[in-house]
Design a binder for this molecule. Sequence first.
Ligand code: ADP
Length: 404
Amino acid sequence: MEQDLVLVINSGSSSIKYQLLDPESSVVAASGIVERIGEDDGRIEHHADGETTERPGRIADHTAGLRLVFDAFSATGHDLVGEGVRAVGHRVVHGGEVFYQPTLIDDAVVAAIADLSVLAPLHNPANVAGIESARALLPGVPQVAVFDTAFFHSLPAAAKTYAIDAKVAAAHGIRKYGFHGTSHEYVSGRVAELLGRDSAELNQIIFHLGNGASASALRGGRPIDTTMGLTPLEGLVMGTRSGDLDPGIVPHLVRSAHLDIDQVDTLLNRDSGIKGLSGVNDFRELRRLIESGDQAARLAYDVYIHRLRRYLGAYLIELGGVDAITFTAGVGENSPQVRADALADLARFGIEVDQAENSAKGHGARRISPPDAPIAVLVVPTNEELAIARAARQVVAELELGRS
Ligand code: ADP
């Protein structure tokens, strides 16, 4: 195997997504997912050389899951331990105030990521489990953490500050951190490439619309605002998350519905958003329900679009003018309807969508506004794994340079 491949690991509470790829060429040698870790019906699905292999069975923990990944690589001719990979890149959700660069992992870094679990109790413990397993199984390979919050570290004070008692906020790390940063950064760079412009010259609005969803406003390649906050719950309506709501709803639920705080957390993170309003969280199913005349599904969609347009308007004003509006991730890349409705009737602001370009089948990056429209509207597939692999490769290259 070539020595320049990077293994990217995205470790969730009960799953591990992975890719082995070449950060230069972006060619993916293999990829897959381990699901339902800790349950009886666990499984691994591994893709390599155009073939998919699947293995069901109980997977006790993340180390057992990662061992299965290594076995799957061996079975398809990639000996990760023997021949080695250049680096392992880990997606880490919360870097807090501490981490805002891709960071070489050692014991102290792992401990600090674990300490940040108080800010991301659903995510950071799983990230730590993935890191510890990978370090145990690939002891000689440099491991690099790439943080979802990093890109938004330098948000202006007025955008990142919540208007609560400043002493309480400072004592508890309460500020807007923002998430999906790796995606927003990668996509904004691709937009500049596609437009043949320097990022530093561009004002951009980016909508990352997947299961989780967030928007960002970027001036000269740097974010000046984003919708997610202390946690990934704030902002847009998502598959299962509420996004913005009156904070008074939380004490009301505790007092009136007698929910405890964990039940409120679950309600807002897992049983709200499109799912809470319509019963389904996948946009393809939502569309089918709407077409069958389901009123709840129609309302869920309308609320989703209403929130998107609210932030579009806010970010247009914050930026004072925009060069490009871009859609990415599962819904953003695949739903012409969402793109058309989000930007409908805004020609007076220079925002237009060409219907034929918007509906054309295609998976690559593309412009969907008329060529003479003042604002470019684009669809750009995100690639967080590639961005993480490149960041990890860069850290390792700098490390080697320092040693030589
Ligand atoms: P995640 O946030 O889990 O990474 P993705 O970016 O993969 O999510 O987006 C997943 C979502 O994308 C699905 O839940 C589904 O709603 C939506 N999606 C995927 N394909 C399509 C499609 N062809 N049309 C509309 N929505 C789609």
